[in-house]
Design a protein around this ligand. Structure first.
Ligand code: PLP
Length: 221
């Protein structure tokens, strides 16, 4: 199936209220343009410089999401235009995002990336670490940041029940955080990728990040 047919199929099958982020990391601008022509407007990238380069050559009404691990010294490349950062995983990174947003005269929407997978290497906040940060009120001193929700990456396994348990855990934590610390702006649960997005939606996701299913397999990332 072509990229445009994949996009149309996803737009037809993903339930209303669930946002599709087309993950275009590693794919050339031509592939993104094909998805754009099929009606897709939200694209996710995992490397700041690659994201900034693509933003320059593609239509201005694309909403660019940063989904990959973000180093503080690279926030400046995307701060002028990024629509949503999914990977806010530390106090230091949040402070940098806020500072760069203010410099650019804007607010930047962020998701708190939560560690939900078994793998040690996966990034993200641990539940307790995040709860103690929020209890101290650190998040209230960030004028350039708007907290929109949570993001998580499930364990890469064919064990569907294990993956679903991780998604349910993330949805439960989202509810706890929304209730305890945030307001109605906190409305996004970003979970689910090519291999597991239907389970994620079933478990409460309202934003899925789909790459290889749309664009084909890739070499890195
Ligand atoms: C690459 C990536 C995706 C997309 O993965 P696919 O399996 O290709 O759909 C989703 N989320 C994050 C954080 C990624 O890095």
């Amino acid at each position: 199936m072509s990229i445009s047919n994949k996009i149309k199929e996803l737009h037809d099958t993903i339930p209303p209220g669930v946002t599709l982020v087309a993950v275009s990391k590693t794919y050339p601008p031509e592939a993104i343009a094909e998805a754009y022509d099929a009606g897709q407007r939200i694209f996710g990238e995992s490397r700041p410089q690659e994201l900034a380069q693509k933003q320059q050559v593609l239509p201005a009404d694309i909403e660019w999401h940063m989904i990959g691990h973000l180093q503080t010294n690279k926030v400046k490349y995307i701060a002028p235009f990024v629509s949503l950062i999914h990977s806010a995983d530390s106090e230091k990174l949040l402070e940098t995002i806020s500072k760069e947003a203010v410099k650019n005269g804007r607010m930047i929407d962020v998701l708190l990336e939560i560690h939900i997978a078994l793998e040690q290497s996966k990034e993200g906040w641990d539940r307790d670490e995040l709860l103690s940060y929020l209890a101290k009120g650190g998040h209230k001193a960030l004028p350039g940041v708007r907290f929109r929700g949570v993001m998580g990456i499930a364990t890469y396994t064919s064990d569907t029940e294990a993956v679903r348990a991780e998604f349910l855990y993330l949805k439960g934590l989202f509810d706890t955080l929304k209730c305890g610390f945030f307001d109605q702006d906190f409305d996004t649960v970003s979970m689910g990728m090519s291999g597991d997005y239907m389970d994620a939606i079933d478990c409460g996701s309202n934003m899925v990040r789909i790459g290889s299913y749309i664009f084909g397999s890739r070499y890195y990332g």
